[in-house]
Design a protein around this ligand. Structure first.
Ligand SMILES: Cc1cc2nc3c(=O)[nH]c(=O)nc-3n(C[C@H](O)[C@H](O)[C@H](O)COP(=O)(O)O)c2cc1C
Length: 372
């Protein structure tokens, strides 16, 4: 990378994260691409090539990866609960490491954002039996065509089942570390299971896991503790989406809840806190007051994501509101995104038709720019 061209950009200054020092602060955001091998949701050589092409990121966060069969909610997404999946991920990690990169696995349980077709006809599970407004992507086994489909009302997890899910997180973290990952990021954002526990809109429980702020935070805290016991706190991270309102997640108490979470996460000494701002077209406003409130409680590395470009990334770093910036869609069509940003080179645009499912096309065939 031509640091002389990047000049004094805060995006192109070194940063220490989870025990290594990256030369810049451009992170690849987690992105579901629905291309794991079937049957079995197993990562493969094509996935390894795709991630290795993007190894110049300061950190790659993988696509969301189900911790258990119950945690699945979309077709062709990978898992980290079978021996084949662990072996497949080992191939991905080795390819990224060989290319000089670092990679965290994103741990995923979708909760209610799922469909009985993934569970032999059984209902998806959630904190409470509350449906959400939204759809998941599912392939019709009869036609092989993928489409967004509605989800039924889920059933509420029992207390014993909650403990079993926490244990699934722990086992998934253990598997991820066995596959060689540099760490794990718990998917606590975007309306999935951890998020469903946090919010009054999706959590109507009246036991220890619902009601008060402390009770709604209990699941997150227990998952973080269980994962950190396997991976080490300094290799454990979490992604949260404070301003999300879509997917039935509009909760009047979510900001103070997340600020309490930030204080807990600081005390745990986790690797980083990953904040989702605008996600697609939802939650465009992320107030500066809130950024300051988060920073007051969490001084360890913060990653932010959501519609960032070079100028906004430099602004958020200069303000001290974040330490690294994750880019999602720009990384799809620009495998060498850090270099292009550093040298102010043109960015390619992605083909939306090839985001989910399929093979190499629109996935591992976007070229890096020739060395200039
Ligand atoms: C194709 C696609 C798949 C995504 N899948 C995930 C995912 O698996 N986990 C997650 O936390 N966010 C996911 N996201 C959200 C991105 O990580 C990111 O927050 C979002 O795209 C906004 O950043 P951007 O404007 O730089 O793309 C996905 C986004 C895209 C475009």
């Amino acid at each position: 990378m031509q640091t002389s061209i990047a000049g004094d950009s805060p995006l192109f200054s070194p940063v220490t994260l989870a025990g290594w020092t990256a030369p810049h602060r451009v992170v690849m955001a987690p992105m579901t691409r629905a291309r794991s091998m079937q049957p079995g949701d197993v990562p493969n050589a094509l996935n390894a090539r795709y991630y290795a092409q993007r190894a110049s990121a300061a950190l790659i966060v993988t696509e969301a990866t189900q911790i258990s069969p119950q945690g699945k909610g979309y077709s062709f997404t990978p898992g980290i609960h079978s021996a084949e999946q662990v072996a497949g991920w080992r191939g991905v990690v080795e390819a990224v490491h060989a290319a000089g990169g670092h990679i965290f696995l994103q741990l995923w349980h979708v909760g209610r954002m799922s469909h009985p077709d993934f569970h032999q006809g059984a209902l998806p599970v959630a904190p409470s039996a509350v449906p959400f407004q939204g759809q998941i992507w599912k392939v019709d086994p009869a036609t092989g065509a993928g489409a967004m489909v509605d989800c039924p009302t889920p059933r509420a997890l029992t207390l014993a089942e909650i403990q079993a899910v926490i244990d699934d997180y722990r086992r998934a973290a253990k598997n991820a570390m066995a596959a060689g990952f540099d760490g794990v990021e718990i998917h606590g954002a975007n309306g999935y299971l951890v998020d469903q526990f946090l919010r009054t809109s999706s959590n109507l429980r009246q036991d220890d896991y619902g009601g008060s702020r402390d009770n709604r935070l209990r699941f997150l805290k227990e998952v973080v503790t269980a994962v950190a016991a396997e991976a080490g706190a300094e290799r454990t991270a979490i992604r949260l989406a404070p301003f999300l309102t879509a997917r039935g997640m509009d909760c009047p108490d979510i900001l103070p809840t997340i600020l309490d979470a930030a204080r807990f996460l600081q005390a745990q000494g986790i690797a980083y806190l990953h904040l989702v701002e605008a996600d697609w077209d939802d939650a465009p406003q992320f107030s500066e007051d809130f950024r300051r409130e988060v920073r007051a409680r969490f001084q360890r590395p913060i990653i932010v994501a959501g519609n960032y470009d070079l100028a906004r990334a430099e602004w958020v770093l200069r303000q001290g509101y974040a330490d690294l910036v994750a880019f999602g869609r720009p990384f799809v069509a620009n495998p060498d995104l850090p270099r292009r940003l550093a040298e102010r080179l043109p960015l390619a645009t992605l083909d939306p038709a090839t985001l989910f499912g399929g093979g190499e096309r629109g996935y591992a065939d976007y070229p890096a720019l020739a060395a200039g």
